[in-house]
Design a protein around this ligand. Structure first.
Ligand code: 5GP
Ligand code: MG
Length: 460
């Protein structure tokens, strides 16, 4: 279930700078490496490195920007940097040179996802297909893959650069497009497009890229080709955790969906009665989020309970990611270094703490331990997602999942079994699939809940 942020810009003015502006806005989707490829001036140039875009694209990057680079793609990747990272540039010694980056997964093939796509494109290009055709054929051939893809192409024959975007027929990962007469933008999410608008850009086009379609963008504007009929299976975790709260994915604001998940928890578990809430804020109870992923759900829970949430755990924003650390000992160390508790908020109180998900439970237990040390009487976890039983298609099948052994048991029972395994946590309450789908609010057969339900959109 790993993700990546992708961006694309077509503009005759400052395409590189603009793409960097958008890249900052998708950095939450991957922090291991950052890269851009520019197409123009008879060539393709890629600039990439380990770490955040703000570090990789220093002053030295200026020498990379050419005035005739019109098509630029970029990505913020969670890819282990030692395996090589995207974008992947491909020097086809025919008519086209191109570079690809994607957020998604191609099963059962050698190399990185981008290398699989590049190989397939080569294969069709060398048969004489045009680039759009080669991409369409690649999409038809890989019906079991999912991808939100960007590519920039230098066409040697016509001496023009083009930007491409494509999204798999299920639309598992988000992809957004915005355009005006002068420029077109593609990005994993809508939030960085808002930022451009705030900075003075006006758009006549603003929408999700249709699943199964290709956008070819150049001087002539956007040309759309619907290659495959949409068979929507949007990953539900985009609204639960992956997406920025300020993004709108398929018409649904992520923050609003998360708040609805909070309301759902209150309703599903009858929490007002459970906590004996009559009026106002009870003085022996406090509701706080795990920052930042538990924030929006916390607002929803507080709204549902009828009182204000507080801040009790503060995150050191400079510590980076704890989730991707495999070794549980190091993950606990990283979490301990990253989180501190405001004693005054929690001392002597029953602490209700919200988070989006419990995967292995290490982070939750370490936070709960520190809440107890700061004087919390009890710690109850409210989890906006449901127990996860099935590793996602792109995850190793033996991925450790705390709830996996308990599939088939009731929500209540799973919550109590999980909390038994996490000594500092008195209680864990989850959402169920029904309430999650309702909170997201899209037609339920358009949403993938495989990790919860085991129903795969890839197996009819
Ligand atoms: P764990 O239970 O494994 O110790 O960690 C759970 C935490 O990791 C949650 O707070 C959640 O926000 C975050 N998380 C859950 N799934 C993912 C994922 O697929 N990728 C990343 N980067 N973080 C995740
Ligand atoms: Mg989290």
């Amino acid at each position: 279930m790993d993700m990546q942020g992708v961006v694309g810009v077509y503009s005759k003015q400052g395409a590189c700078t603009k793409s960097l502006h958008v890249l900052y806005g998708v950095q939450h989707r991957g922090q291991e490496s950052s890269g851009l490829t520019a197409a123009g001036d008879n060539s393709l140039r890629t600039w990439k490195g380990k770490g955040l875009a703000s570090g990789v694209f220093s002053e030295r990057f200026r020498s990379f920007m050419h005035p005739n680079d019109y098509a630029v793609i970029g990505c913020a990747s969670g890819e282990n940097a030692d395996n090589g990272f995207p974008p992947v540039e491909s020097r086809h010694h025919g008519r086209f040179v191109f570079s690809v980056a994607l957020d998604g997964y191609f099963p059962r093939e050698g190399g990185t996802n981008e290398e699989v796509v590049a190989r397939s494109l080569h294969q069709y290009l060398s048969k004489g297909h045009g680039f759009t055709d080669a991409l369409a054929e690649t999409m038809r051939k890989h019906r079991d893959a999912y991808y939100s893809l960007v590519a920039c192409v230098w066409d040697r024959e016509e001496s023009v650069s083009r930007l491409y975007a494509a999204r798999d027929e299920r639309g598992v990962r988000p992809l957004y497009v915005a355009a005006n007469d002068a420029s077109s933008y593609v990005a994993s999410e809508s939030a960085p497009i808002d930022v451009l608008e705030n900075m003075g850009e006006h758009f006549t086009v603003r929408r999700d890229v249709t699943p199964g379609s290709i956008l070819c963008i150049d001087d002539g504007g956007i040309e759309e080709t619907q290659v495959l009929e949409p068979r929507r299976a949007h990953c539900v975790f985009e609204w639960v955790y992956f997406g920025r709260p300020d993004s709108v994915i398929e018409g649904r604001t992520v923050h609003a969906a998360r708040k609805a998940l909070g309301h759902a928890l209150v309703e599903l578990h009858g929490l007002r009665d459970e906590y004996g809430i009559t009026e106002g804020t009870p003085d022996d109870l406090v509701v706080i989020p795990v920052p930042d992923s538990g924030r929006s759900v916390c607002t929803g829970v507080a709204e549902g309970l009828g009182f204000t949430a507080d801040e009790g755990v503060i995150k050191n924003a400079y510590m980076g990611r704890t989730y991707i650390i495999d070794n549980p000992e190091f993950r606990k160390l990283a979490s301990d270094l990253k989180h501190n508790v405001i004693r005054e908020t929690v001392d002597g109180k029953k602490v209700i703490i919200t988070d989006d998900s419990i995967v292995r439970g290490t982070v939750s237990e370490s936070i709960a331990q520190n809440l107890i040390k700061a004087g919390a009487r009890e710690v109850e976890f409210l989890v906006s997602y449901a127990p996860i039983f099935h590793p996602c298609f792109s995850d190793p099948p033996d991925k450790p999942l705390a709830a996996r052994p308990y599939e088939g048991k009731s929500l209540e029972e799973i919550g109590s079994l999980i909390s038994q395994g996490l000594p500092s946590i008195n209680r864990v309450r989850y959402n169920d699939e029904e309430h999650i789908l309702e909170a997201v609010g899209l037609p339920r057969d358009h949403i993938c809940t495989y990790c919860v339900s085991g129903r795969s959109p890839f197996k009819p």
